[in-house]
Design a protein around this ligand. Structure first.
Ligand SMILES: Cc1cc2nc3c(=O)[nH]c(=O)nc-3n(C[C@H](O)[C@H](O)[C@H](O)COP(=O)(O)O)c2cc1C
Length: 139
């Protein structure tokens, strides 16, 4: 499973106690699991489960394309209720219809490192290229 989100309590500095608080995930948290799913797809004799940051059908699509065998969600259900699973499933189906996919199998791993046109896009050296093209707004 990539990657479980560990419980992250805060420190209350006035009372000097550990402050338990439930902070739900956000969709931008998919990036790290997405990278590792895409890199590991086709290289392990194990099923790959994706967890973290699934709030809309788009994250489900991305995780499947990276190579996930199963996509999980927790925060979105705490936020929207258990029936939100239907919204995610229907949204995935609609996305597939609009984009001409007939099965989940067809999508699975299609954007993995093995299957993309530029496998180096997943590698750290690409950080340098990305930084060179980064235009910060700090000037
Ligand atoms: C209230 C809550 C309880 C959780 N309990 C567990 C747990 O008992 N064991 C576990 O492995 N992960 C637990 N998780 C982590 C989730 O399984 C999941 O990995 C994490 O929330 C990231 O997914 P999300 O972005 O969909 O929330 C819990 C998460 C939340 C929010």
């Amino acid at each position: 499973m990539l990657f479980n989100r560990f419980y992250q309590p805060d420190f209350n500095l006035d009372k000097l106690v550990v402050a338990p608080n439930l902070q739900l995930s956000t969709p931008d948290e998919i990036r790290l699991p997405l990278l590792w799913l895409a890199v590991l797809y086709g290289r392990l004799r194990a099923s790959l489960g994706a967890t973290r940051g699934v709030h809309t059908p788009i994250e489900v699509v991305k995780y499947l394309m990276a190579g996930a065998d199963a996509v999980m969600t927790t925060s979105a259900l705490l936020k929207n209720g258990i029936e939100y699973l239907t919204t995610l499933r229907d949204g995935l189906r609609t996305w597939m219809e609009v984009h001409g996919y007939v099965s989940v199998t067809q999508m699975k791993g299609s954007m993995s490192q093995r299957n993309v046109a530029d496998p180096t896009a997943f590698e750290r050296a690409n950080y340098i290229k990305t930084l060179e093209s980064y235009k910060g707004d700090y000037s």
